[in-house]
Ligand binder design. Structure first.
Ligand code: ARG
Length: 461
């Protein structure tokens, strides 16, 4: 009974080792629902082509719907002899509709065009779910940004103090990449919305079935243009996998900031108890496990993408059984992101910032030196000279263990005749922030607009 879909030309059954290797029901069973939806659509085009009479169509559709609810309830499940989800469901159909009617469904259809269609249906559904969860992370970041409209923090490059920025500006810098990941999924969906159904094994069908009708029935924009491409290509799957991997990488960069910020040394942020863990031996510990798992799971999300691309590399046209290996990587990505995204949005939404400490550290490390240089440029000094003068201020302060704003008017004048007391207007964090007021800058007025822009973008997607 094994190999129920292809026994005809074989004199004996498959070796147990082949059956074990070949079997995919333990991972492709999650496609059972889209498989049955596809089968109902296929039954309808068979009927329209005159290959199923009215009674047979009614029997077939009723049996498929019954099977669908039995799959949902768990009353029907694969057995060890079922090779894949398609074989198992054909067995279930024949059990319910009889061999005469049930045995007609496969006409004009191959598992090759079937699986290529189902993976698209499944991933299109999942992309919508994941995009919604990614937007929850975006919204949590935007809410935190709007709750801290003017709080400054040290902005860093090379992880060293660079220039003061608004906490809200920094948080939104994590929101925009995630918004782009969602845009990528939306854009990907246009390419995924082509149905390979009707491509058959590779060459199309001779039975007068209408691929456009099945495509429309299953929510696709239309059929694929080429039956070989439809059955053999998996770039649509790989592109989904890239977006999932990119989202994982974007989450891991946010996570790394949270991990650093939660250290004693930074002391920027306190994690909510509900989103942190303790140590089994050190009673005082509060660990950022959500963020660490986000960082760690980015590795497997990237691994899933590279594994899939490696499987596809060099495969000749058309279908090859290697393509069965396209599913586990993206299923793993889906499962990973479905648990990861809600944990990250919860963690972000419940962060408590020590805004006093962040404000106190914002001007440390001579992070206002660029403001001195740019003030001099506005006074007409060439930037090369301005850079030297501001650098000399830093050197003087370092030697004396003081900050830029501790330099007296005389000190300033001694360093350079250009340094009049007017420079003090930019020697405060507030002055520095307010001066960076071009579009995209960290001035509070611009960041307030940015919060609204991010909110609108999230609501549109
Ligand atoms: N389970 C296969 C897959 O995932 C589909 C079956 C195609 N098998 C075949 N011998 N043509 O790609």
């Amino acid at each position: 009974s094994s190999g129920a879909l292809w026994g005809g030309r074989f004199s004996g059954g498959p070796a147990d080792a082949l059956t074990a290797l070949s079997r995919s029901t333990h991972f492709d069973w999650r496609l059972a629902d889209v498989d049955l939806r596809g089968s109902v659509a296929h039954a309808r085009v068979l009927h329209r082509a005159g290959l199923l009479d009215d009674d047979a169509l009614a029997t077939m559709v009723a049996a498929l719907e019954e099977l669908r609810s039995d799959v949902a309830s768990g009353a029907f499940a694969p057995v060890p002899d079922d090779e894949d989800v398609h074989s198992a469901l054909e067995r279930g159909l024949i059990e319910r509709a009889g061999a005469d009617v049930g045995g007609r469904l496969r006409a004009g259809r191959s598992r090759n065009d079937q699986i290529a269609t189902l993976i698209r249906m499944y991933l299109r559904d999942q992309a919508r779910a994941l995009a919604a969860l990614a937007l929850d992370v975006v919204d949590a970041l935007v809410d935190q940004a709007s709750a801290h409209p003017t709080a400054p923090m040290p902005g860093r490059t090379h992880l060293q103090h660079a220039q003061p920025v608004l906490l809200a500006h920094h948080l939104l810098a994590h929101a925009w990449p995630l918004l782009r990941d969602v845009e990528r999924w939306v854009d990907w969906d246009r390419r995924a919305a082509r149905s390979p159904y009707g491509s058959g094994a590779l060459a199309g069908s001779s039975l007068g079935l209408d691929p456009a009708a099945v495509a429309a029935d299953l929510g696709f924009d239309g059929p694929v243009e080429n039956s070989i491409d439809g059955t053999a290509s998996r770039d649509v799957v790989a592109e989904f996998a890239f977006v999932a991997a990119m989202a994982g990488v974007d989450l891991s960069r946010l996570a790394e900031d949270v991990i650093l910020w939660a250290t004693k040394e930074f002391g920027f942020v306190r994690l909510d108890d509900a989103y942190s863990t303790g140590s089994s031996i050190m009673p005082q510990k509060k660990n950022p496990d959500v963020a660490e798992l986000a960082r760690g799971k980015a590795g497997r999300l990237v691994g899933d993408l590279t594994g899939l691309l490696t499987t596809l590399k060099g495969l000749p046209l058309a279908y090859n059984r290697d393509l069965q290996e396209d599913k586990e990587p993206v299923f793993d990505q889906v499962d990973t992101l479905l648990v990861l995204l809600p944990a990250v949005s919860g963690m972000v939404a419940t962060l408590t910032f020590d805004t006093e400490r962040m404000a106190a550290l914002a001007p440390q490390g001579f992070s206002l030196a660029t403001d001195v240089a740019e003030w001099l440029v506005r006074e007409g000094v060439p930037f090369r000279v301005a850079h030297e003068v501001a650098g000399a201020c830093v050197r003087a302060c370092e030697e004396r263990g003081i900050e830029l704003w501790d330099l007296s008017d005389d000190d300033l004048a001694t360093i350079s005749g250009h340094l009049t007391p007017g420079v003090r207007s930019v020697l405060t964090v507030e002055g520095s922030l307010a001066s960076r007021s071009a579009v995209g800058g960290t001035a509070p007025v611009r960041v307030a607009e940015q919060v609204e822009a991010a909110r609108r973008r999230s609501a549109e997607l």
